[in-house]
Design a protein around this ligand. Sequence first.
Ligand SMILES: NC(=O)c1ccc[n+]([C@@H]2O[C@H](COP(=O)([O-])OP(=O)(O)OC[C@H]3O[C@@H](n4cnc5c(N)ncnc54)[C@H](OP(=O)(O)O)[C@@H]3O)[C@@H](O)[C@H]2O)c1
Length: 292
Amino acid sequence: MNSKILVTGANGQLGNEIRRLCRNFPGLEFIFTDVDMLDITNPDAVSVFMEASKPAIVVNCAAYTNVDGAEENVKNVRKINSLAPQVLAAACAMQDAFLIHISTDYVFDGESTKPYTEEDETNPTSVYGNSKLEGEEKIKTVFDNYLIIRTSWMYSEFGHNFVRSIIALAKERETLSIVNDQIGSPTYARDLANCIIDIIIKSILNPKAYLPGIYHYANQGTCSWYEFAQEILNITDIKSCKLIPISTDQYPAIAKRPKYSVLDTSKVRGSFGIGIPNWRDSLRECLSSMRI
Ligand SMILES: NC(=O)c1ccc[n+]([C@@H]2O[C@H](COP(=O)([O-])OP(=O)(O)OC[C@H]3O[C@@H](n4cnc5c(N)ncnc54)[C@H](OP(=O)(O)O)[C@@H]3O)[C@@H](O)[C@H]2O)c1
């Protein structure tokens, strides 16, 4: 098997982290693309690109990720999050390539009180969650050569995310009201990037350990958005802003989010022998790499 890996949506949080890590793996050949180079919603462009580059593995990091914006952009969101994964899967099937696709904890409705396993029933509450679930289902209709990794509350040094927003807002304001009744697991994109490369090396490039399917990956431990924000301010030592815990009802978000979206990660840990750091340790690591 060749070891050429095509990464789509590579200018986003996860794509950038894979780009950064790839330097440590000179034996793997990476091709990084984003919408300007390869628009994954264009079937002809995808098939021509795949035919010319012949990757063994495609890692799809491209997505429409603005959860509130999605409610007012249904057509475009479905194109990127639902139909494009099918386009990529079809092109992978033609080229006999493996697809690693990223999905979300927002495929669940949040009514559970224990971490969601890969077998638990899905029931998204938002356009974004629906579109991501549809993307998963469309991939499954094309072929079996896929790994779908659901992750949650992702942040990194790159792009728009909760960590960067909280730091910027906390520097400007004296108080910030943050939702305290939605529980999840913040996930550092670099940890997920590490996990993806680990899986590629341990499993996909080693046909004997080939384990396709759906997997959950999130940093260990859980918290509310308020607790997450509190930890960001503790680590960065920003004392000028006071955080006020509020309920979801007090925060008028456009999209409905699950109250509890903790992912059970035993399958990914057991199948690939992967250790997952606690979210507080990873947050500290991310913040130490950021210029604040
Ligand atoms: N962020 C989270 O909290 C979170 C949580 C759970 C799961 N996930 C999933 O994790 C994956 C990676 O998320 P992320 O936070 O790294 O996303 P991100 O930072 O929003 O990056 C997505 C990238 O995809 C690009 N893109 C959009 N449309 C495209 C198209 N038609 N063709 C090619 N590229 C396109 C975007 O370009 P533009 O910026 O120019 O649009 C952007 O560079 C996604 O599947 C997401 O659904 C994310």
